[in-house]
Design a protein around this ligand. Sequence first.
Ligand SMILES: *[C@@H]1O[C@H](CO)[C@@H](O)[C@H](O)[C@H]1NC(C)=O
Length: 302
Amino acid sequence: MPERNVVTWNSLIAGFVKKDQVFEAFETFRRMQNAGLKFSWVSLTTILVVCARLTALYFGREIHAQIVKSGNSPDLPVLNSLLDMYGKCGELEYCRRVFDGMIYKDLTSWNTVINGYAINGYMAAAMEAFEEMVAAGIRPDEVTFVSLLSGCSHAGMTVEGQLLFDRMQAEFGIVPNLEHYACLVDMLGRAGKIEEAMQVVKRMPMNPSGSIWGSLLNSCRMYGNVSLAELVAKQLFMIEPNNPGNYVLLSNIYANAGMWDKVDLVREFMEKRGIKKEAGCSWIHIKDKIHGFVAGGGFRVS
Ligand SMILES: *[C@@H]1O[C@H](CO)[C@@H](O)[C@H](O)[C@H]1NC(C)=O
């Protein structure tokens, strides 16, 4: 084995991280230390990023412990990825503790904490952190509002979300992008304000994405609106003609309404077009919901 320096160790770690092999990445990191090499902040950041993505809290904690043990103060990217790891793993107390201990915080630090709260449903804390951020003179960006809006959508905070959407433009001069519109449509649709959601889709300055039509279709399912579902599905099928989940969603809507002839039609259409449901799986994930095929009633799971 040729002599390894920090750089070659780091690229070894990065290779494992790329393949989501967090255990191997971590082991390599440990071996690097056993070899008497001082770790670099870069290798820590790399590992923390994958810990966050895989919500590998155990390894994330170990890395944190190593940082503390080293007695050195880590640089900003390390701290931000530590925040992200704790946030994604749902450890908001640790996340906050690290955050509060940071002498220098940048936009990413704030966004990461806000996102951590939002994805875990702590919307009051997310909003509070947002106001703190503004008070501290940090200007929120598009990312901040995606976190907040999607959090509001999941928490059913329609009024607060709409207010944020308006403030984003009026107060911070941020032009809403496709993601912001997607959050707004989802938020309104989930709350049963499907008509308003449709109005947003009609008014938005860019072409609605498949995920926007998909979330509308999901709202139609939640509120059993078949006629609107058909309109929405037509748009959705044009954008994503081969996504089996969309057809399953529509057939679920028909099934819930007892329209079994239509359920059959959807299945026949899928067969004719060669659109296959994921093999061996009778449950399909659509967004964050699981939609099951309806068995019986003339609808067969193929
Ligand atoms: C479905 O939604 C449309 C648009 O919001 C509305 O006009 C219609 O009354 C709804 N139909 C049902 C059955 O709820």
